[in-house]
Design a protein around this ligand. Structure first.
Ligand SMILES: *[C@@H]1O[C@H](CO)[C@@H](O)[C@H](O)[C@H]1NC(C)=O
Length: 253
């Protein structure tokens, strides 16, 4: 009797408010009074992440984890991403006066740019990132290639542009990262820059901008960057054309 009373209290205090919260989202209206569905709500969350209006989010909002999980496994996500890589090629063909002296360069991120972390986030959306679990997963080297990025990578390589990979992955993951990249078809890059433990106090944006400064001071002309985070493009040197792939799964400053 007493136990079922406690159960009821727990139910009323925790479960009922949770369903009420969900119900509120479903019944939510825009400020103009337009009734919206959960899908509308989550899609506008997603697009505002990509527009960089929503920043520094810790996790995907709980009510949108299912929607975002579906999106990153959908044809739409592939089409959105492939459009990004096609625009890179348009830019390279129309706006880049390559010197072909070994100093033309292009920068790629790794995670969710060349390799997909969707298999890891499938069970981890909406949860605070457990870095140990993520790095354990990375160390297995089983991340699949994003095929549109692989095509762009090969196209850029065939144009004689030096490929520089800059990742927030830590240095100790170097051999697992190389194995993973090569196993899914990426090879022939000029340089793979991972994060030195001494550098971990800087933000990812600062770290990546320091690397770019170093590259340009060594004479590289960086024509573009393909990445999935705004922190891949921020800071100096500026004037480099950024191409952002969609990534509503996490935010790295
Ligand atoms: C993080 O992941 C590791 C490895 O899978 C696990 O041992 C640990 O308990 C996790 N930590 C939290 C807070 O979930």
């Amino acid at each position: 009797m007493e136990r079922s009373f406690v159960f009821c209290l727990v139910f009323i205090c925790f479960l009922v408010p949770a369903t009420v919260a969900d119900w509120n989202i479903l019944k939510q209206k825009t400020h103009n009074g337009v009734k919206i569905s959960l899908k509308n709500y989550c899609e506008s969350w997603r697009i505002n992440v990509e527009l960089h209006n929503i920043r520094d989010f810790q996790v995907v909002p709980e009510e949108c984890t299912e929607y975002i999980g579906k999106y990153v496994r959908s044809t739409q996500y592939s089409v959105d991403s492939e459009r990004t890589t096609e625009e890179c090629l348009v830019y390279l063909s129309t706006s880049c006066n390559l010197k072909k002296d070994g100093q033309d360069a292009w920068i790629f991120d790794i995670d969710d740019t060349l390799l997909s972390t969707v298999p890891f986030y499938k069970n981890n959306l909406g949860k605070k990132i457990n870095v140990t679990a993520l790095e354990e997963w990375m160390s297995k080297g089983k991340a699949p290639a994003l095929d549109y990025s692989l095509r762009l990578f090969n196209e850029i390589k065939s144009r004689g542009i030096q490929i520089i990979l800059i990742s927030g992955r830590r240095e100790y993951l170097r051999s697992a990262t190389i194995d993973n990249l090569v196993n899914v078809g990426y090879y022939g890059w000029t340089s793979l820059i991972l994060r030195d433990p001494a550098n971990e106090l800087a933000s990812v944006a600062e770290y990546k901008s320091q690397v770019r400064k170093h590259l340009t001071s060594n004479g590289y002309r960086i024509w573009g960057i393909l990445g999935d985070q705004f922190s891949s493009f921020e800071g100096n040197p500026s004037g480099i054309r950024p191409f952002k792939l969609p990534n509503p799964m996490y935010y790295i400053a």
